[in-house]
Ligand binder design. Sequence first.
Ligand SMILES: [Zn+2]
Length: 492
Amino acid sequence: MNWNRRLHSLVPAVALLAWFSPLVEPPVAAQVPSTAMPTVENTRSPAGDTTALAKEAEGWLADLIRIDTSNPPGNEQAAAKYIAAILTKEGFTPEFLDLAPGRSALVARLRSAAMPDPSRALLLVAHMDVVGVDKSKWTVDPFSATIKDGYMYGRGSVDDKGMLAANLAAFISLKRSNARINRDIIFLATADEEQGGEASIRMLIAKYWDKFAAGFAINEGGRVVLNNGKVQYVAVQASEKVPVDVAVIARGPSGHASVPTKDNAVVHLAAAVAKIGGYTAPVRFTTIVRRYFEQLAPLEDDELAKWIRSLDTPDRGEHAQRFLSDANPLWNSMLRDTIAPTMLAAGVRANVIPSEARAMINVRLLPGDTIDVLISELSKLVNDPAIRFEVQPDAGLAAPPSSLESDFYATITKAASQEFSGAPVLPFLSAGATDSAQLRLHNVQAYGVSPFPMTDEDSRRMHADDERLPLASFDKGVDFLARIVTEFAAAR
Ligand SMILES: [Zn+2]
C-alpha cells in the first residue's frame, strides 16, 4: 500500500538502535543486525523466545525479496512455490489457489477441531507482489536483499514481504509449539494487491472464499510509530479510504495552431485542473478518525495537543483543521476526501489544436462519501460547459469499519502494550487501500498491523527508491506478531 508522511523530524538509525539496546549507543560502524531484545518489563510472550525464529525468518525475507514479483506482471506463483516448500517441510498441506497464468495465491491451515468454525478463524494475510523499481535510482540491487548498516534493502522489504515472512514465522511457531488452539489459524499469501486486477483479492474471494473464510484477519496497513527512538503508539488500521479514478475531459474544435481561438480544449482543461488542484473538501469525522485524534492528543506535545483537542469545537475547529491539515498531509487525508491530479494527455503535433484534452484525477473518498456528490461540487467549481467528468471503472468499494470492541482488537491492544512498554493502540483510517476492504465486505473483522517499529523516514521508502527494513525492527515485529497470534489462537 501507499504510505504517507508525518511531520516529525527524522530519527537517525543510531537512535533506533539505541532504543533496541538501551544501555549502549553503538558507534555507526557497529550497526549490525542485532538479535538482542530489550530485557525491560515485558510480560513473557506466550510465543516464547522468538530470537532464533526471527533469524530464520530473516532468511525467508531475503529469499522472498530475491524472487522478483514486480507487478505487472506479478509472477507471484514463484513466491508461492517458495513458501509452499517451507510450509510442507513444517508439516502443513499448503494449497495453491490459481488465478491466472503464473499467478497463484497460497493458503494453509492450522486446524483447531475436526469441524472448523469459520466465524472464529483468524486469517494471516500478506501480499506477495511488489511495485516496480527504477533500478538506476537505487544504491543497491533492489532484488538482492543486501544487508547494510543494520537494514535489509530490497523492493518489498517493507511492503509487504516483511509482513509475509513475519506471518509465516508466527504461523510456523504456533505449529512447532504444539499448543492447544481454540480457533483455526489460516495463512494466506495473496497476489495482485498493487494493481487490483485479474489476480486480486476480489477474484480470490469470488473463486475460493471457502478455502479461507474467517471472522478475523490481520493484514498490512497499520504502523508501529517509532519517534525519537521510542514506540510512541501502535496504529491499527480499522478502515480505509476508497480510491476512485475520474477522467476530466475538455472538448473544443480542432484546428490549425496558427489561428488560435478561445475554445482551445488544452486551455479549458488546464484551467479546470488548476481549480480542482486548489479544492479542499469539507472535513467529516468518521468514528475511527475521531477516536484516533482523541487518543493521539495526549501523546503529542502541548502545542499540537491543543490543536488536536480543538479540531471538533465550534469556535476554533476550522482553524485547527487547517493548521493540522497543513502540518501533516496524512492528517489532511484522514479528515476529508482528497483529490490528486495525476495524468495529463492532449495533442498529437505541436502545430495542431486538439479537439480533446484529458486529465486523470485520483480521488480518495472517506468511506460513506459518494463520488457523485464530489463531482457535482467540482462541476460547480470548474463552471465550464466544455468540461465533463467520467468516473473510471474498477473504483474501490466502501467497507464498514472493523469493530474497536472485538476480542481480537483487545488482544492486539494488550499485546502492543506488553511488547512496547505500555505503548497505546490507536485506531487508524489509512489513506492507502489494502486487501482488507474486500475482507471487511465479507464480514471479516480485519485489522492492519504492520508490526515493525518504523521511523517516518523509513516508512516513506515504501514504493520509493532504496526501500529498506531495519533488521532489529523486523525481529521485534516477528515477536509482536507471534505474541498476537499465539494469544488469540488460545483465546476461548
Ligand atoms: Zn502493500
